[in-house]
Every structure is written in structure tokens, then in C-alpha cells.
Write a protein that binds this ligand. Sequence first.
Ligand SMILES: *Cc1c(COP(=O)(O)O)cnc(C)c1O
Length: 639
Amino acid sequence: MNKAEVLGRWTKEKSEELYGIKNWGNSYFSISDKGEVLVNPYKDNASSAISLMDIISGIRDRGLDMPVLLRFENILDSQISFLNNSFNEAMKKLNYKGVYRGVYPIKVNQQQQVIEEVTKFGQRYHHGLEVGSKAEMIAALSLMKDKEACLICNGYKDEEFIDLGLYAVKMGFNCFFVIEIPYELDLVMERSKALGIKPNIGIRIKLSSRVGGHWTESSGDRSIFGLNVSQLITIVDKLKEINMLDCLKLLHYHLGSQIPNIRDIRSAVLEATRIYSELVKEGAPMGYLDLGGGLAVDYDGSNTNFVNSRNYSIEEYCTDIVEAVMSILDTQDVPHPVIVTESGRATVAYYSVLLFNVLDVQRFEEYELPEKLDENTSEQIKNLFDVYKNISLKNIQECYNDALYYRDEIRDLFKHGRLSLRERSLSENIFWNTINQIAKEKQKIKHAPPDLEDIESAIADIYYSNFSVFQSIPDSWAIDQLFPIMPVHRLLDLPKRNAIIADITCDCDGKIDRFIDLHDVRNTLPLHEMKNGDTYYLGVFLVGAYQETLGDLHNLFGDTNVVSVRINHDGTHDLVKEIHGDSVADVLSYVEFDPKDMLVNLRQTAEEAIHEGLISAKERQEIMKAFDNGLRGYTYYED
Ligand SMILES: *Cc1c(COP(=O)(O)O)cnc(C)c1O
């Protein structure tokens, strides 16, 4: 029995509970009465929900293959609105005198379409952009229109970068240079003098507050970014000396991404606000307090301070920040600044869904074993068989130890030529049935022995699936990040199998064997049995942040097809943009092959094969055609 079967007769509600969609879906994702995953960017209007299966069929009709990355532009719109409205409401409720001006950090998802949509949807809130490099700066300048929005320049800045920022100021943009290392100030001043443009200066500080989570290194004294307190004072003195303290307008810090605990967020805001108020007392005009990113996404839906979750809502985040800033400034009579945050992850994570099909399944099956073993079977195999026959709830740990012991003994005997391959095969079958039996018994007890914690994944089915972990969800591989994964249809059927997912790279790390769970991390995912002839589709959700450009070309699997979807209020939808994924020729040219040369080379090889009498001229033509088709094709498995 798997976890699903324990829950009894199957319904949509049980699928909701099993896959946790209500916990992590943020009301954007739900399950329909037909048992399909629905997407609904307008949380309050149920009639606009669209089934992912309808979108898949539209994509297939247009001739696009899986895997496909879907981007829902209305979800991006909704998230930007939600963040801005939450800050605005918190400020109103608490009688805050300043305003909120969010910026979207381009590095979180740099696709042109994403930035274009952020600037478009963000305009009504004056939501701006944050850039961390020259290339991002150039991208931002090409798309930004709103002069009231902030353009924050972080990262190391050379002369070219600084000149672009100064020109932005000249054109009327609200552009800030954030000083990350002391040396940058001299360069900014030098260029400002040369171009005759006064810069807006911000300073990034290192806070002493440290935070929990994946990215703790960005915070605390060990952080490689930002200025410490004495460097900050040196900069203030320098600005005073050259009579430019009036350029100092912004204080910035960034604790790192995905901060799961609201207490860490609060204590950082308090520390930074203290520094802010001291800078005002030093005579700097200030006016902007930029709290960086870190607003977390509840990937597992547990609402806890676990690394893949967060123990606060966006509303609480906003209220806590506004409250903390006021609590310090109001006692010191310092005016309320514009609050800036650089939320990337929370802005774009919900926006994208990765869809792929399952290609094949390696099922774990019980082996058929004889009732009794042959008289002259080796002693060790007989012993293993006895272990198998005598498993009970009380002795599973002991049976597990014994099974491992005899299996290893038998493998040794085989190595030394004392057992045949058939005998070894029999013993392995007995062994796996034993493990399976132990796993079944284990289900019945509450606190299983620690050795058996992971036993299910040893006997899990493997669902071979048409995607690359490295290309599409690199953080799953690199930092063990969890993403919600579930079938997007058949959700009225009981998912009888326990599975792990393997991708089509030939790397043993190309798999997913940790899954979200409310209380823990799950080692297997309940999935449906494959039906002959029917395609089984899985979705990986909340992949809009960081995954697209961190992805790599492992095994030369390239970018997937991308389809942008706009969902209309009346429940219709438009596929507004299709971007074809990389072809084989594309990915080969990234690694410096030249497809033209390759064709020439192969033609030569084939010509020689004709000379040697291995193929005919006609066959050469067919071979060349197959090669050429291959070059043009999608890097993933095509139907
Ligand atoms: C990466 C980064 C962000 C984005 O952080 P999220 O946690 O994704 O919101 C913001 N600011 C800076 C300086 C960053 O480096």
C-alpha cells in the first residue's frame, strides 16, 4: 500500500490533499471536477479557470512537442499587484507617511518577455527594475519607460556601466548607484564630473543580523557584499569632504534569497533602519530604504520556517516591515522614507509551469518465487529464503539486517565462482521481495527504525520522463530545492504506484527523488499506472524564479519550447507567444561545432563507405537526410 491507498476511495479532494495543491498553489492552481489541474490567475473568479490539459491539447495541435514551459502572464500581473497592494494597505493601516516602490531584480528571470511584462504590469504601481550587471542595465534601459519607478544599479560597476546610469539620470530616470565596494565611489565621482551629471548614491551595507535558509552567506559579517560600518563612515566623510553628501539618498542591504523565518526579516529591518536614521543625522538627504530581496515562496505549502517554505504571508511581511521601520524612526523624528524591496522569487515563481510526458516506467514487481527451494540450493540462499518467509511486523529491522548480510555473502560466493549466474539471480529476486515485504510491514507502524526510513525509494518505480533536470530545474540538482510536482490529469483515479522520476540525461543525478510533504520530505511520489497508448503528463510548478537561465546544456539538452498563455476573464485563453526550443544544431553551435562543417564531414565519411562497398549511393542519401533532420530537430524525445 502506498500513502494514497491508505486514504481509501479516491476523489478529487484526496488528490488535493495528497499533492498539497491547496497549500502551495496560492489559489492559482486547483483541481477540476474532471480531475485535471486548473490555472486561475484571478483568484476570486472561478469561471476563468483553464485546464492545463486544454492548453496541452492546443499546444499539440500546433505541432509543439513536450517538454514545454508555460508562462502565464496574468499570474505575473497578479503577483505584482498583490505585492504592491499589500504594502499600500499596510502603509495605510499604520499611517505610514512614505510610499512603496518595488523593483524587480532582472537576474531572477531575465527573459525579455518577463522584463517587458514586469514593466508593463508594474507601471500602475511605479514598479521598477534592479540590475546587477552592465548587460542587465542595458536590457532595463531598453524597456523602462516609467520615470517615477526606481532603477537600482547593484553589482560591480565599471566606467561604461556608470556612464549608462548617469545618462539615465540625465534622461529623467530615478536611477541609483548602489556602492558595493569603497573603490566604486571614486569612479562614480570621476565620471559624474566628466559628464557633468550628479548621481544618486546608495550604499549597500553588511548587517550583523544573520539569517537561516539556503543562502545564509549573503548575510552577516562574512558576506562578501556590502560595506561594514567603518567603511560606511569613511564614505560619508569623503562625500562631506567633496561637498557631495547631498547625493547620498539610499541605504540598501540584501540578506539572501528565500528567507524562511519572519523573525530574521524583522531583525534585519530594525538594524538597517537604525543605520538609516544615523545617516539622516549625519546630514545626508536619504529618502529611500531598500530592503533587498528574500521574500520567500512556500514551495512545499507547509507554512513553516523549513528552507523550502516560509512562516509568514506576503501581508505579514509587508506589515512587519512597515511597523519595524516606523518603530525606529518615529522615536527619533526622522521622516518616513520610500520603502523599496527587490522581490524577485516571490514575483515570478508562480508564473511558469514545466510540463513533460512520461516515456516509460520501470516498475518494481514482486518476483515469482518457488514455494520451496530445491534440496541442493546453497545454504546461504536457503537462509535468505528463510528470512523472507519469516517477516513479521515485530522483526522487520532484524530481517532487514539479515537480508543484507546474506545478499552480500551470496555476492561474494558468486565472485569466487562458487555460485552460478542463475543461482545469483534467484537470490536477488528473493532479496527484493524481502525488501518489498519489509516496506509493506513498515507502513503499519508509526515510528519506523531509522535504517528503514528510505526503504520505499529502493523499491520505487522509475518514471522516465521527457525533460532534463539540469536544463529546466537546476536548483533541484544543485541545492536540493523542492518544487511541487504532480500529474496534471487523472486526478479522480487512485495513484497506485510509488515513483521517483528520472530525466533523459544519462547522468545518475538526473533524477528527482525528494518531494514536498507537509511535515517532512517524501522519498517517492504517488503516480498513476501508465495506460497503454495514453500519454501521461506531469507538471513541475513554481519554476518561474531562477531556473531558466541557470539551466545548462548537460548532455546537450537545450532550451525547451516555451508557450505564453493569457487567460481571459471569461474563461477563454490565448496562446500569445510560442518560442521554439533549441534545435540540435543550436546546442551544437553553443559548444562551437559548425553544423555546415559537420554535414561536409559526414558526407565524406559516407562517400568513403560507398568506395568500400559498405553502402550504396542511395543509402548515402538516406543517411544524409537522417543526419540533416536530426540537426534540425528538438533536443528532447520527439513523438
Ligand atoms: C538576487 C537578488 C535579489 C532577489 O532576491 P529574491 O529573494 O529572489 O527576491 C534582490 N536583490 C539583490 C541584490 C540580489 O542579488
